[in-house]
Design a protein around this ligand. Sequence first.
Ligand code: AMP
Length: 281
Amino acid sequence: MEVVTSILSLHEARNRLQGSLGFVPTMGYLHEGHLSLVRAARAQNSSVAVSIFVNPTQFGPNEDLDKYPRDLERDTELLEQRGADLVWAPTEEIMYPPGFQTTVTVAEVTKPLEGAHRPGHFQGVTTVVAKLFNVVQPDRAYFGQKDAQQVVVIRQMVRDLGFNVELRVSPIVREPDGLALSSRNALLNPAEREAATVLYRALTAAVEEWQDGWREAAHLRETMASTTTAERLARLEYVSVADPETLHELEDNAERALLSMAVYIGSTRLIDNMLVGVSEE
Ligand code: AMP
């Protein structure tokens, strides 16, 4: 496995790889969620490349960029064990050299949900992913359903800009108690860690109602919200029952829906989601 930093060394290493290339973009501090993407990429391609870059432009001014966990040495060990061929860990100066002035903006699907609460977040994501795709030139790219809106946004960007990349989406990997794996979970203290299961509990409660025949979107949102507000350490940012493709909030019945939510547990912001009436890819 090669670990490179500069764009030139990435190009040279990439050109030595034969056959199809699967690519997993990450912000590092890897966990089994990331590694499930690496496993899928390994199974479906001749070679696997992983990027590790905590992208400052997708963090808002009051967000957790500075405390976002980082451990490049441990990450590269895990990737070596899991059979990655190439790791690109650029610096901020390499990704955004002085004078950088290009952005990629996706319009409609970035407006609701995360986009509504994190202004500029998706422009940061699409700009960096466009650059990653251009530099790495992968055949397939692997993303997690954990960031459901991100998948919709990147799918739109790939279609609109004609990127020659096939997107593959992997299901959410969870802890035994249901908490979705996230690098940010490392920021939770023990009491917060326990409270953090509230996202899973809220989503599961709504999904169980849906399975019992409840369809009113407003009712499902209310179930998610009331489960969350019962948790003392949780502060609800939003709950949503939305069309899985347009991400428009559903007003009436939820036959097919993306149930999603963002919650602060202490000062750590967590997101989670589940689909109903849709088979996950
Ligand atoms: P991040 O490092 O948080 O930017 O995540 C990199 C990729 O891993 C994204 O495509 C995420 O959706 C995916 N990912 C993060 N957590 C999970 C998880 N618990 N299960 C599956 N995929 C995940």
